[in-house]
Design a binder for this molecule. Structure first.
Ligand code: ADP
Ligand code: MG
Length: 711
């Protein structure tokens, strides 16, 4: 058996099981090894039958069978096997449905470790279909039993058996790729130890150390592979700009740029301009990151101005029609005054008009074009595009973004993102992009007062909605887009080292469409209520957003697709249903949709979650209003996973599907994995040397799997 041996080499894997494993993406022994449990049952912590604090929860009991099982038919096709068992403190009735064969397993006097939920009714204790393991003098039972995520055709026992075979070969399978000094410095166990103990932990301590090691590996390899890509992407060139004086544009604005904006403008002109120009310079690859409302659009406008004044063209791509319109309407008057021709091009531009715009872009007559993804469709040609800007870039796929750049063979790129990223993660997320951070809000911003309420406030909340509408304002209601997942039967974990996000006592989910219907029919029949969700066609979504922006819709019920970046100053109330389901950063983004006009605005987070952790998390929103502090808290409380999955920016450099590191709330570990990568690269950028052969190979593999996901 080797790491890349096919799963078929495992005992008992025939054609059928092979297919099952393939369906879950498990092709090799290595795939299996990294198919990790999602939780563990702490069966080593054995309880006694008289311990009332355990009733109703899953626990272990060591029990001796008191009588031979009896089998009774309860109805057609269903029988019940029943016996009694005891420990020193009491007796319990044990039952199994339709498992006649257990007659041959349980015999009077034999002892088992049972795992199940003890119920007490009147004075009788019962266990229904508990898991069981015989107590034998020859075998010590494992204290922690892994619970794997299952898929069609797979069960826990089978998975554990397959993993068991691999684990028994672990000493010949695994070579450690982590340099010894890094491993020791970070107090990590060997890879062999970690992989063995993640599947078959000998103790809680061993399991924790193993999780730490595998988490470290994931982040460390990711950091290394990102910098590798950075090295390979360096050499592209774009025209040097001759003109970088922002003053004429700035003087047209009713406000002064904030210090942070001014700094971003300076960084931009340093990137773009070459005083001793030979015509070309290194292409700019910059991201402007700033909280919602921090004024990123100004930076885009200035970039466009520099490009056009230098004799080149600029394109600004927005993720939605409405955003493109909004940009066009705010920028067109400015550029008119500056003598720069500016046009709009979107999917709904009439063909005739569109054709003329296309001609003017090709001839260079139009200098600045604002649009949607229509800009990157066939037929769009530029005379000399030198700056490609994408707004709210996390909403575009990497492919769309790069093809805007491709429209000008050699163009600078500028992207804007409103997703605050914790400092520790910024290098990993932005990878090869230079960052301009707008960490300051324009003066005079009103604070969006935030409340956390439960269902008990529903009536008052509806009254509050009505009040906003009567004032002539508008309301957003966001519902979670996720369907409630059916938890599988194994989900009875009392020891969950992965800090499960979804704590117990999760209230049922509000679904967008039904809720909108309910509001429309039963609560606010006199108002115009619309809904919006991801499964609608882009055109339908745009139409609804336009209607909302115009004010003809009073309440918009939506999933989180509600357009990031959209500016509807008349909206004064944001309600988030099932708020416990959202990351804090996401809530902050949503809150940023209101408070954009003169009227006092509010954000109400509705949650019926009884979990203390959820409540504590949500309460943070009442006191913290800065996106970066919120992002840091999110990282501490939910781990880095949210940042990688919610922001497409990662896909700029490839996609990282964080596995075990996803919910790692040990910020120090995240940080040190990343620092270790940085230090190693500083001393040995190409990872040369025989002792790094295996590490180099792993980084290589990480890069390959990532570039696959880009396309
Ligand atoms: P975002 O960073 O979310 O894209 P915008 O660029 O849309 O933010 O700016 C939000 C609002 O703030 C706009 O109405 C814009 O005119 C205004 N604004 C931008 N910069 C300043 C500033 N320095 N002073 C005052 N208002 C500003
Ligand atoms: Mg914006």
């Amino acid at each position: 058996m080797e790491l890349n041996s096919p799963v078929k080499c495992l005992y008992g894997v025939g054609d059928k099981l092979e297919k099952t494993l393939h369906s879950a993406g498990l092709f090799t022994v290595n795939d299996m090894l990294y198919y990790l449990p999602r939780a563990y049952q702490n069966r080593g912590d054995v309880k006694e039958l008289d311990d009332e604090s355990c009733y109703g929860q899953y626990h272990s009991y060591i029990l001796t069978v008191a009588n031979e099982p009896s089998v009774a038919m309860i109805k057609r096709g269903m029988n019940l096997l029943k016996f009694r068992a005891f420990d020193d403190t009491g007796k319990v009735n044990i039952t199994y449905f339709n498992q006649n064969y257990l007659k041959d397993v349980f015999h009077t006097g034999s002892t088992f470790r049972f795992w199940g939920k003890l119920n007490k009714e009147k004075r009788t204790l019962s266990l229904t279909s508990p898991a069981y393991e015989p107590i034998l003098p020859t075998k010590i039972l494992d204290p922690l039993i892994p619970v794997y995520p299952l898929f069609h055709g797979m069960n826990q026992k089978l998975m554990a058996k397959l993993q068991g075979e691999i684990i028994s070969n672990i000493s010949t399978l695994i070579k450690d790729f982590l340099p010894e000094d890094i491993r020791l410095k970070n107090q990590l166990p060997t890879l062999q130890f970690a992989l063995k103990n993640i599947h078959a932990p000998i103790s809680e301590e061993a399991l924790e150390a193993s999780i730490k090691r595998l988490t470290f590996d994931e982040l460390f390899l990711f950091a290394l592979s990102i910098s590798k890509m950075k090295v390979t992407q360096q050499d592209s060139y774009a025209p040097a700009f001759s003109y970088t004086d922002a003053e004429p544009l700035l003087s047209l604005l009713p406000y002064k740029p904030t210090n942070a904006q001014a700094k971003a403008i300076r960084e931009l002109s340093e990137d773009l301009c070459d005083k001793n120009s030979t015509g070309k310079r290194k292409a700019m690859n910059r991201i402007v990151v700033g909280d919602v409302g921090s004024g990123k659009t100004l930076i885009a406008a200035i970039g466009a101005y520099f490009a056009c004044k230098s004799g080149y063209q600029c394109a600004l791509m927005a993720p939605t029609e409405i955003l493109a319109h909004q940009h066009y309407e705010s920028m067109k008057p400015l550029f008119d005054k500056l003598g720069i021709s500016c046009e709009l091009l979107t999917g709904s531009t009439p063909r005739k008009e569109k054709n003329q715009t296309l001609l003017r872009l090709k001839s260079g007559e139009t200098q600045f074009v604002i649009g949607t993804h229509a800009l990157i469709q066939g037929g769009v040609e530029f005379k000399e595009l030198a700056l490609a800007i994408t707004d709210e870039q996390h909403r575009f796929g990497a492919r769309q973004r790069s093809s805007l750049g491709d429209k000008g063979l050699f163009s600078h790129t500028l992207v804007m993102s409103a997703t605050p990223i914790p400092r520790t993660l910024s290098f990993m997320i932005y990878g090869d992009l230079d960052i301009s951070l707008i960490d300051e809000m324009p003066p005079g911003r009103q604070r969006v007062d935030t409340f956390v309420v439960d269902e008990g406030y529903r009536t008052r909340l509806n009254g509050f909605i009505e009040k906003q509408i009567k004032n002539g304002n508008q309301v957003y209601i966001v519902c979670p887009s996720v369907e409630e997942k059916k938890e599988d039967a194994d989900n009875f974990t009392d020891y969950d080292p992965f800090a499960s996000l979804f704590d117990e006592g999760m209230p049922p989910l509000k679904a967008t469409v039904e809720y909108a219907e309910h509001l429309k029919n039963e609560v606010f029949p006199d108002y115009n209520i619309a809904f919006l969700h991801g499964k609608m066609k882009p055109k339908e979504k745009d139409e609804i957003m336009m209607e909302f922006a115009k004010g003809s819709i009073q309440v918009l019920v939506s999933t989180t697709v509600i357009e990031v970046g959209v500016n509807v100053p008349n909206a004064t109330l944001m309600i988030v249903e099932n708020a416990e389901r959202f990351g804090l950063s996401q809530l902050h983004q949503l809150r940023g949709r209101v408070g954009r006009g003169r009227d006092k605005s509010y954000c109400v987070l509705v949650s019926d979650s009884k979990s203390e952790k959820s409540v504590e998390r949500l309460n943070i929103m009442k006191t913290i209003y800065d996106g970066y502090s919120i992002a840091e808290r999110d990282l501490q409380m939910r781990g880095p996973g949210d940042f990688f999955s919610s922001s497409d920016s990662v896909r700029q450099s490839g996609q990282l599907d964080l596995g075990i590191a996803k919910n790692c709330t040990d910020t120090r570990l995240v940080h040190s994995a990343f620092e270790s990568a940085r230090e190693l690269l500083a001393s040995n950028p190409a990872l040369l040397g025989d002792e790094l052969d295996y590490l180099r190979q792993r980084v290589e593999e990480t890069c390959v799997s990532k570039s696959n996901t880009i396309n």
